[in-house]
Design a protein around this ligand. Sequence first.
Ligand SMILES: Cc1ncc(COP(=O)(O)O)c(C=O)c1O
Length: 395
Amino acid sequence: MPSRLLLNHHTAVLPAGARPGGAVHAFHQRLPGYAPTPLRDMPDLAAATGVGRVLVKDESSRMGLPAFKILGASWATYRALCARLGGEPEWASLDDLAAVVADRLGPLRLVTATDGNHGRAVARMAALLGLSATILVPDGTAAARIDGIVSEGAEVVVVPGTYDDAVTVSAGMESDRDLVVSDTSWPGYEDPPRWVVEGYSTIFAEVDAQLVGADGDDVVVSPEGVVVRAGAVVDVAVMPLGVGALGASAGACLRAGRQPDDGPLLIGVEPDTAACVAAAVAAGHVVEVPGHHRSIMAGLNCGLASMLALPAIRATFDAFVAIDDDRCRQAMRAHADAGMDVGETGAAALAGLMAVVDEHRVELPLPDQATVLLLATEGVTDPVNFASVVGRPPR
Ligand SMILES: Cc1ncc(COP(=O)(O)O)c(C=O)c1O
């Protein structure tokens, strides 16, 4: 099915202060297993899409999990615990932090709704902090994704209905003993989702560092395809949008303080059956795209955008492209052919770029020889589907 494009002629300037400072990155650097994820130069993908250069931020392994979501889940959990503690405690290791939390707050349970990755990340944080976790998933969630959450020691509850129904159930669960750490917002619940958005800023802090080159604009790439030094300027950035938290972070980090024409061009990608961020931008407020949403891009199966994420997205994104699952499969195969196995949602950014260059060149021309940053936000999280799409098991 052809993709749908929505252009967004934004005129507002997001204040420079909208970009989080260094505290978030400093926090992540204290976590076990933290390391910047690779920024890969992918000439095959540049050739396949006809752009100058494709740089892929590879989130297939982030602190031992197969997606970027732990960045938001960890910071939001930490800030929510600090709020309950009445301030930031002293801690050198997570064990110290866990001891302070146990001593001063007693047994606590973390709760969230998820399409898979955020819930697994919250479950991991609970395990690291000695807390219990209950994770709500919509029915139809792939068994491998549920197993992933269970492997973190969490209880998984399957909610009949959509992801949005699971969010509604989780919203009623906050209590003295239960801390809801959601990546989406609703009236009266805005702090944790704001911290989630802040948490994702570490991705862009890393990209900045990876793109700082001493001389010229030549990307220097290690034999493994990791960008070790570069001076490239990103002309276009493409990222998947579920509820929009990642998009809001990208907008704040890549565009805050910049005039509308300054670039980079920001493009959001959604499944054509769950394009709730584009619908909200077009309407000027959150509107429901009714489900059940069954795209293979499971992380993007959301019918309601996060109201908290919308202002930054509206002020910074240039376009939204809504794609079908065939386009996503094409991108998964192209990634795999280029030597990078990614999951369905992880391939969405490339799929969106392909849709733009194949179908929307006239409405949305990209700069000549553009350097394009793609966020490949997850590795393979459903190996059975991966094998059926790519024709071999994941490497
Ligand atoms: C792998 C992956 N990429 C992208 C997204 C979209 O992020 P957001 O919901 O913040 O828009 C998700 C959300 O679950 C995800 O799991």
